[in-house]
Design a protein around this ligand. Structure first.
Ligand SMILES: Cc1cc2nc3c(=O)[nH]c(=O)nc-3n(C[C@H](O)[C@H](O)[C@H](O)COP(=O)(O)OP(=O)(O)OC[C@H]3O[C@@H](n4cnc5c(N)ncnc54)[C@H](O)[C@@H]3O)c2cc1C
Length: 428
């Protein structure tokens, strides 16, 4: 452990901005390999963060990070699947991770992010990364020999720090993307989320203990219910930005309850619920950068791209891209610019992952997708392919790809030919 007075060095080989899952994963991989790495995080952990539901494929990444034992020992809520309810509550689809292909362990976790992120950041530090909390990055400049950032520490004055290479893992702040004007909003996925933690939320609607519950809304959007320890449930509403009608609740709890209570099943779940935290709002959903990397920098996690969280893919994609970014730097031994071929490959991987999950997220908004998604039974091979992706398989085999293509072809046909009975979408 470094002494409390320690400050970041003025120059370092690799600088990481942000100590969420992407930054901590990148720092761990680099530090494990003995590379000098310095990480700046503006907050002091533990700090609140939304995004508590993890995917089982992340366990493979935890093992590579040497972090799996800590996750197992932390006492997080085990999660073996996800249960989706139609707006009327009559149609239920359980995604059981045990049916995913190529998954070493079907157990994922629901995690309070303040604790999970702190454990992961401490793990990076224990592996040798130099971590500085309470350091906010204000500006970034790019030069031929490296990058320079201006950061403000716990004192008043800001400091200039230099590095050969930079990984931006600053989450939705997207420091590099914003500096270079790279961020492109996904026009089809502009949503707003409103959420808080509640106690006494009712369970037992056909889900298994530990499942995330997703309830679709008949007009637009969906709600999540994530069980956390100590009778705490994370509850959130996601809705299309351009369909927000007058009377949208904002942070007014009574209006929030009235709004979500339009769905009968949600009204019953929330009948005795008591709010434990303030209601919070997140907008600016779903974006991607024009580029994920340059000669001296790489984008990881939400600092690169962000997708509507209906399938809980965010933390998994953040871990994976943080580890990819670290691998690019590990392959590059010199001090010169990162080779173009490595940057292209890094970018190709990030785009491929984004598109894979985006296809499901976009589909989930469409009635024909929901008709097939909720339809029981589905041919075994197709169901397994869908479950595999929803468990976090981000590099599907050709066989999985082929079956996914078949699934989306059926969705397209359903639009015109009614292959399976259409779901009713009554208002609650
Ligand atoms: C409403 C909502 C629900 C979600 N639900 C889920 C879910 O159930 N499951 C899931 O997997 N994902 C979910 N996500 C997504 C998930 O939260 C993110 O994808 C994930 O946290 C990304 O990790 P990250 O490391 O890229 O960024 P973050 O976790 O956001 O970490 C970025 C870090 O950078 C720091 N930082 C920012 N600016 C600066 C600066 N100027 N200087 C220094 N440090 C800085 C921040 O303090 C932060 O700690 C959800 C997201 C939203 C908005």
């Amino acid at each position: 452990m470094k002494p409390a007075s320690a400050e970041p060095s003025q120059s370092t080989e690799i600088l990481i901005l942000g100590g969420g899952p992407a930054g901590s994963a990148a720092a761990t991989i680099l530090a494990q390999a003995g590379r000098p790495v310095q990480l700046l995080e503006r907050e002091r952990f533990p700090r609140f963060h939304i995004g508590e539901s993890l995917l089982p494929h992340s366990r493979t990444l935890f093992r590579k990070l040497g972090f799996d034992p800590q996750v197992e020992a932390a006492g997080f809520t085990p999660k073996f699947g996800a249960t989706f309810f139609s707006a009327c509550g009559q149609h239920v689809r359980r995604i059981d991770f045990a049916h995913a292909e190529g998954l070493p362990c079907p157990e994922a976790f629901q995690v309070p992010r303040d604790r999970f992120d702190q454990l992961l950041l401490e793990h990076a530090e224990a592996k040798g990364a130099r971590v500085f909390q309470g350091w906010r990055v204000l500006e970034i400049e790019f030069g031929r020999e490296g990058v320079q950032v201006r950061a403000q520490g716990p004192g008043e004055e800001s400091r200039i720090l230099r590095a050969r290479f930079l990984i931006d893992a600053s989450g939705r702040s997207g420091l590099v993307s914003r500096t270079l004007g790279l961020r492109k909003r996904d026009p089809k996925l502009q949503k707003v989320a409103l959420f808080g933690h509640f106690r006494k939320v009712k369970s037992g609607w056909g889900e298994k203990p530990g499942d995330i519950r997703i309830v679709t809304r008949s007009d637009s959007g969906w709600l999540w219910f994530i069980p956390l320890p100590d009778d705490c449930t994370s509850v959130g509403l996601v809705i299309d930005r351009d369909r927000i009608p007058a009377g949208f609740p904002g942070q007014d709890e009574a209006a929030f309850r009235q709004w979500i209570g339009q769905s009968k099943i949600v009204a019953e779940m929330m009948a005795s619920a008591e709010r434990m935290t303030p209601l919070r709002v997140e907008a600016d959903f779903s974006y991607r950068p024009e580029r994920y990397a340059g000669e001296r920098w790489l984008l990881a996690g939400d600092a690169g791209s962000f997708l509507d969280p209906v399938f809980s893919s965010g933390v998994h994609l953040a871990l994976a891209s943080g580890m990819d970014a670290a691998e690019v730097l590990l392959q590059h031994r010199g001090t010169g610019a990162l080779p173009r071929r490595a940057l292209r490959e890094f970018e190709r991987l990030q785009i491929q992952r984004y598109r894979l999950f985006r296809r499901f997220v976009l589909g989930f908004d469409r009635p024909e997708f929901r008709d097939l998604f909720f339809h029981q039974p589905v041919p075994e091979g197709i169901y397994r392919a869908v479950v595999s992706i929803l468990a976090g398989q981000d590099r599907p085999s050709p066989s999985l790809r082929w079956r996914l293509q078949l699934f989306f072809t059926l969705v397209a046909l359903q639009r015109r030919f009614t292959l399976v009975p259409r779901l009713h979408h009554p208002a609650g």
